[in-house]
Design a protein around this ligand. Structure first.
Ligand code: GLA
Length: 374
């Protein structure tokens, strides 16, 4: 048993002793555990989900964020495979590039921060060059403190985003539920209702490195995507509206391929690596296969299943060597995101799957991060 693991077990055990725990056979939910406070003094709490197979997930109320995800490798040694920080101040600083958070109200970009809905034009904050990104500046979903309620095998976070927050119409009631099971699957269920028509596109923005957060690079990870097509984008990463085949391009991950295999072909482009939305093949009401990522050295495998129509592959091109959990450094391309989502700028592309939620409807999506080792 290595020292880190021992320390973790001791910490884990005391958390177990001094916190209420919930859950049935196998999965235990512990918390709330204090994690500090935001700059304006709001308390932030963490919950720990643990199964009997060695997997541990930690989620916090700030941004309904996944802060830790400990996963066993082929010989049973666990590593925390997501980027994050040890304290709230770092999560609220410019070191945080949406690490592990719930992203919205509309994840990804809206061109020029403008959209029309039922004849009215809405204007949103511009926080990514000329465009709106990931729900805005101050009160996007990653930056607010959610309420938490332990449920069987997990935690349900809720937040009501008031009418007009970050420029979006309607009081939006949101629920994001993380659950863990004995098959090493972390499941995220999203729900939303509104009292005015409004766009909604929710995702989780975890950065994965299956060798452990802080390992040098993900370029040797092997990736497969269930996508034959993608949405080409302009120099500001806004889709042109076309849907094109990945065939013959560096975006062809229809067969398992090393992430770094063809990335240099993208370095001279506006993307500076992978930062593309892929059109997922088969969609339905139950989560289906979207992506498979493997670290050949540790043998850890992440399989992503989702109900969403798209997935953004982002290879951490803008990571800047910030210091994260345990003093580890997060270098450029040392982690990648698989953001299951509706297509970017869907509000301005009527032929993309629609993102408008209307009163009386319930937005529902599910994404599963399933882990194994081989
Ligand atoms: C998304 C975007 C990227 C980048 C990251 C956050 O994945 O597509 O361009 O903005 O979020 O840094």
């Amino acid at each position: 048993m290595n020292k880190l693991f021992l320390t973790f077990s001791v910490v884990g055990f005391s958390v177990f002793l001094f916190n209420p725990s919930y859950g049935g056979a196998g999965v235990i939910v512990m918390g709330p555990t204090p994690f500090g406070a935001t700059a304006d003094g709001t308390a932030v709490e963490v919950y720990t989900l643990r199964n009997s197979k060695g997997m541990i997930a930690k989620v916090m109320t700030l941004g309904a964020t996944l802060t830790e995800l400990h996963v066993p490798d082929r010989v049973g040694i666990t590593a925390d495979v997501v980027l994050g920080f040890d304290n709230v101040a770092d999560y609220q600083s410019d070191k945080n590039q949406y690490f592990g958070c719930t992203t919205g109200r509309v994840a990804n970009r809206i061109a020029r921060g403008k959209f029309k809905l039922d004849g009215r034009e809405y204007t949103l904050a511009l926080n990514n060059g000329p465009n709106h990104l990931h729900g805005g500046v101050k009160r996007s979903l990653d930056k607010v403190v959610w309420k938490a309620q332990p449920v069987a095998n997990g935690v349900r976070f809720t937040y009501t985003s008031p009418d007009g927050e970050e420029g979006y119409p309607g009081n939006l009631n949101l629920a994001v539920t993380y659950t863990l099971n004995e098959n090493n699957e972390l499941r995220i269920d999203y729900e939303a209702t509104t009292d005015k028509p409004t766009p909604v596109n929710l995702t989780n923005h975890s950065y994965f490195n299956l060798a452990g957060a802080g390992a040098a690079t993900v370029l040797d990870h092997i990736l497969e995507l269930a996508a034959d097509e993608y949405t080409p984008a302009d120099e500001t990463l806004i889709p042109t509206g076309k849907i094109e085949s990945v065939k013959g391009t560096p975006l062809d991950f229809t067969r398992p391929t090393r992430v770094g295999e063809r990335i240099e072909q993208l370095l001279e482009t506006q993307f500076n690596g992978y930062d593309h939305n892929f059109v997922l093949r088969k969609r339905g009401r139950t989560p289906t296969f979207a992506a498979r990522l493997k670290d050949p050295k540790s043998g850890r495998v992440l399989t992503v299943l989702t109900t969403q129509p798209g997935i953004q592959l982002y290879t951490g091109n803008f990571l800047k060597g910030q210091t994260g959990k345990g003093g580890r450094v997060y270098a450029q391309r040392s982690a990648l995101c698989l953001e299951t989502q509706h297509f970017p700028d869907s509000v301005n592309h009527p032929h993309f799957p629609p993102v408008i939620l209307r009163p009386g409807q319930t937005y529902r999506h599910t994404t599963i991060f399933a882990f194994s080792a081989e």
